[in-house]
Design a binder for this molecule. Structure first.
Ligand SMILES: NC(=O)C1=CN([C@@H]2O[C@H](COP(=O)(O)OP(=O)(O)OC[C@H]3O[C@@H](n4cnc5c(N)ncnc54)[C@H](OP(=O)(O)O)[C@@H]3O)[C@@H](O)[C@H]2O)[C@@H](O)CC1
Ligand SMILES: Nc1ncnc2c1ncn2[C@@H]1O[C@H](COP(=O)(O)OP(=O)(O)O)[C@@H](O)[C@H]1O
Ligand SMILES: [K+]
Length: 479
């Protein structure tokens, strides 16, 4: 599991270490890790032109000490000071002693220094930052050459470390070197996008895992959660997933949802709805029935919604069932908050940003710019587990850390791929995973399957479904 911790926890852990250790030890470790990463990126340090953007806090101190190390190895290092009178004194002295030079960020030549640098180190602001870049910093960042390497210290300046929100301008880094722990803002868009590749430097902070606010499953975690049939398994013990999806107008949604469900580990897939002919033509192994879902026979979990249109009757029939239910797409529009809250069995809602926005009564942009608060808000309102789809898919339940999906590719943004995901996650629910695990494992496999199917090129939703078994085998190989 990859865990991320909020700023308050990181600060508390820092205080503990500082109370025990010598003054400045943490910053020295941080700067050593930062310098090593910069050196590796540069390849050849000697003679390299480096600009340090240095703000008023310890983030600037890290940049200055790392700059001193690089200057000691023969790099041409210039610190551009954004608040000259409040610059970290020890760091500044170290840089000067190592032969580095200093300019005031308000001087005209400062922009030229930045523009000529091959490597720019962003030490403007770290976990102490609030809001986007201020004007002078934004002007200097805009001067960075297109082919320069940008390394952010701890957090890209302008990105909210706790949430990944960006209010105004922020630094776009190739690499972010973060200290002591991952911060949520480095793993959730839009912040994740600004952070580039994230490197964690261990500086000896001890964080209790109970304090994590965000977690990302890794291969081994997923392998441990995947259902696996045993000698005694039969199709009923493995779980039957019921799919209520599709309409005369949108039969394809039913086919894609069933395609995902068949690869999700349940023993059988039952389809109820008007697209039965299309489903059977493509997947003859599906058990189809007409009539209300509640009369369809044994089902351990339902998926309801993709391509459903306005069929509120079947939706309500499913929501009344006393087994886990995944609600997606049209189902989200039709399901009332009160009905969902009243359910006793687990509910998993899987909106994309537009659907989440409609449920919350805000704009799509608001959801996309504040994904963490949107997913938490929805989970709270509905008393359900919510999987918010998109570039960084999040899964939140009422309690416990939010999960962020580390797999996936923008090629997944293709019509119908969400239907495959809902079938897949519903199948995992039927196989016995709880709603959080079914959502997170479903998103993980779905993303990995898309990468398999894509190999860097376009994919169709059907390709993603077809690649799920390969993704599954990949994960199990690490078992
Ligand atoms: N925790 C740890 O374990 C370790 C932490 N370490 C390092 O310390 C960093 C935290 O340092 P920190 O607390 O000094 O805060 P920091 O982020 O440098 O900035 C605060 C200053 O910035 C200013 N400011 C605010 N917003 C701004 C904006 N939008 N644009 C511009 N300026 C803005 C604000 O000043 P203001 O002008 O508002 O008075 C405030 O004084 C951390 O990220 C890591 O790098 C490591 O050395 C070792 C271990
Ligand atoms: N930029 C992106 N990067 C990674 N995954 C994405 C991106 N955009 C969308 N996705 C994923 O693609 C799928 C699209 O689902 P959805 O929006 O429901 O589409 P549809 O309704 O056409 O099936 C979701 O799994 C979502 O997480
Ligand atoms: K920074």
């Amino acid at each position: 599991m990859r865990n991320a911790y909020g700023v308050e926890s990181v600060r508390a852990a820092e205080r503990e270490v500082m109370a025990r250790g010598p003054e400045g030890a943490l910053m020295r470790r941080a700067a050593a890790g930062l310098a090593a990463e910069c050196a590796q990126l540069l390849g050849k340090v000697y003679g390299a032109r480096i600009a340090l953007l240095v703000g008023s806090g310890d983030n600037g101190g890290d940049a200055l000490y790392a700059g001193a190390k690089l200057a000691g190895r023969g790099a041409g290092v210039t610190a551009v000071l954004l608040a000259p009178e409040r610059t970290h004194a020890g760091g500044l002295a170290a840089l000067r002693a190592a032969g580095g030079t200093v300019v005031d960020g308000s001087e005209d030549r400062a922009e030229g220094v930045v523009a000529r640098a091959r490597l720019v180190v962003d030490g403007i602001v770290g976990i102490g930052g609030r809001g986007g870049l201020r004007e002078r910093a934004a002007r200097l960042v805009a001067a960075v050459a297109g082919d320069a390497l940008v390394v952010a210290v701890d957090v890209p300046s302008g990105v909210d470390a706790d949430t990944g929100e960006v209010h105004g301008e922020a630094v776009r880094a190739d690499v972010t070197v973060t200290f002591g722990a991952y911060k949520p803002g480095l793993l959730i868009d839009p912040g994740r996008e600004y952070a580039g590749a994230v490197r964690l430097v261990d500086i000896g902070l001890e964080l209790a895992s109970g304090e994590r606010v965000l977690e990302a499953l890794q291969y081994a975690d997923v392998a441990g959660l995947l259902p696996r049939p045993s000698g005694e398994s039969d199709k009923y013990r493995r779980g039957v997933v019921g799919v209520v999806a599709g309409s005369a107008r949108y039969p394809g949604a039913a086919v894609l949802c069933v395609a995902g469900a068949l690869r999700g580990g349940a023993g059988a897939v039952r389809y109820v709805g008007p697209a039965a002919d299309a489903v059977i033509a493509r997947f003859p192994e599906t058990l189809v029935s007409a009539g209300p879902p509640s009369k369809a026979g044994r089902v351990q979990a339902w998926v309801v919604g993709p391509g459903l249109g306005d069929d509120g009757e079947r939706l309500r029939d499913v929501v009344a069932a006393d087994v886990p239910v995944l609600i997606d797409a049209d189902g989200l529009r039709l399901a009332g908050e009160r009905e969902v809250r009243a359910r006793r069995a687990p509910t998993l809602l899987t909106p994309h940003a537009g659907e989440a926005a409609a449920l919350l009564g805000v704009s799509r942009e608001e959801v996309e710019s504040a994904r963490l608060s949107a997913v938490r808000e929805l989970a709270g309102r509905y008393g359900a587990t919510v999987l918010l789809k998109g570039s960084t898919t999040l899964v939140a339940s009422g309690e416990g850390p939010v999960r962020v999906n580390p797999t996936g590719t923008p090629w997944l943004a293709t019509a119908g791929s969400g239907d495959v995901l809902s079938g897949l996650a519903g199948s995992l629910l039927a196989a016995g995973l709880d709603a959080r695990d079914a959502g997170a494992v479903g998103a993980y496999l779905h993303g990995l399957a898309a990468r398999h199917a894509s190999s860097g090129g376009p994919v169709a939703a059907q390709d993603v479904a077809d690649a799920i078994p390969a993704a599954w085998r990949d994960v199990r190989r690490t078992d």
